[in-house]
Write a protein that binds this ligand. Structure first.
Ligand code: NIG
Ligand code: FE
Length: 389
């Protein structure tokens, strides 16, 4: 097994808090040794060990690969016309999901697979080395099984989201649909999944329906996460905290009580700025959340309806410009924060034993990710120590 040393790193973000109080674990003039796909050594470039291959960073910044903990990448078609109408003043409504369900059901496995792999390639090129993928555009036993199976071909972070919306054929029979989701659909999907999720919102599933789905998933060995408070305030947050969900996602409309409940829990709040950008909703106040003690992650929520970006740098730029995060906090949320939302300690950090998922930026500091929005600053990407971009 050959070793690789990345040296002359001007600014290395390790996300390993140091005794001097820098929770981002920032090192200057640093080096990282990679061996067997893992980080083998981290320290000052002056003291670096030798290696088979040397990469000179030339004073540029290195960060952990992005951990995008929320995406919906297995679908057919797109909804460009819906986006265009929204930019002309129409409101986002979850009902658009059904048109993607029709296009997804009509697509073959190979068509969905090719699309999925295309999204993963575009994500790698933007520095994302870990991605969570949800089902939710199948909404029948056979189609949901197909989506989680295809997702499991490319990531261990697969989420069963059979309770995304009530499909047209179950209109006015939502509880019957929940019976299907918690029965045969869960049976078919659980073997391919790690997580269970529900869209808990007016127009999708009630808190009681959401509880049924999450509890059924837990009984099958899945861990809950929840879409909540995306379109308005609701009780989903309290349900997620009560059930020990790994993450509450969206949180666009949170009350003070919601924030206090999340802060007192182990549940991460995953903010999805691409959604507010693309639906013209107000950006959540990340500053207020962080100051209240909430652990915040950032993710893209790549999907054809509410957020069709796959760019973590874009989300970081919005979080800094419009949500009150510092650049260091936003990069932490997009790396270590995502890892917490997925309950992973082997990604999102640059420390001995972690996966060698690394991004070399064309920039002297991570600040440039927000300072130079829209500029492709990802120069090289390694996943498990292998150059993938
Ligand atoms: O995370 N909130 C529900 N699901 C997606 C949107 C899906 C769609 O509009 O197609 C989301 O925003
Ligand atoms: Fe989502």
């Amino acid at each position: 097994m050959t070793t690789m040393l990345i040296t002359n790193i001007g600014e290395l973000t390790t996300n390993v808090g140091s005794p001097d109080g820098d929770r981002f674990g920032t090192l200057h003039d640093a080096a990282v040794l990679v061996d067997g796909g893992r980080i083998a050594w981290v320290g000052s470039a002056d003291a670096a060990p030798g290696a088979d291959e040397i990469v000179h960073a030339g004073g540029r910044a290195v960060i952990p690969g992005f951990v995008d903990s929320h995406s919906h990448l297995v679908f057919g078609g797109d909804r460009a016309a819906e986006f265009e109408a929204r930019m002309a003043g129409q409101k986002y409504a979850a009902g658009g999901i059904r048109s993607t369900v029709a296009a997804t059901r009509a697509a073959s496995d190979d068509e969905l697979r090719a699309r999925l792999r295309g999204f993963l390639d575009e994500m790698l090129a933007q520095g994302t080395t870990t991605v969570e993928i949800k089902s939710g555009y199948g909404l029948s036993v056979a189609d949901e099984e197909r989506l989680v199976r295809l997702a499991a071909e490319v990531t261990p972070e697969v989420t069963f989201l059979g309770a995304h919306v009530v499909p047209a054929e179950y209109a006015d029979r939502a509880d019957d649909y929940v019976d299907l989701v918690t029965g045969p659909m869960l049976d078919a999907c659980a073997p391919h999944s790690k997580w269970v999720d529900v869209f808990c919102e007016t127009g999708a599933f009630s808190v009681e329906q959401s509880r049924r789905v999450l509890e059924a998933g837990v009984a099958k060995g899945l861990t809950p996460r929840l879409h909540a408070s995306q379109l308005g305030p609701g009780d989903g947050v309290r349900l997620a905290v009560e059930l020990g969900a790994a993450s509450i996602d969206h949180g666009t409309y949170l009350t003070d009580d919601d924030i206090a409940a999340i802060a007192a829990s182990d549940t991460v709040l995953t903010l999805l700025p691409g959604v507010e950008f693309s639906t013209r909703q107000p950006y959540p106040d990340a500053r207020r959340l962080i100051d209240a003690g909430v652990t915040v992650a950032l993710a893209c929520d790549t999907n054809p309806g509410s957020s069709f970006t796959s760019s973590m740098p874009f989300c970081i730029a919005i979080a800094v410009r419009d949500m009150g995060m510092t650049p260091a906090e936003a990069v932490w949320a997009a790396t270590a924060g995502g890892a917490r939302a997925l309950r992973r300690d082997d990604v999102g950090v640059i420390t001995v034993g972690a996966r060698a998922d690394l991004v070399l930026l064309t920039a002297p500091t991570r600040i440039h990710l927000a300072y130079r929005p829209g500029v492709p600053l990802v120069d090289q990407v390694w996943k498990d120590g292998v150059a993938v971009f």
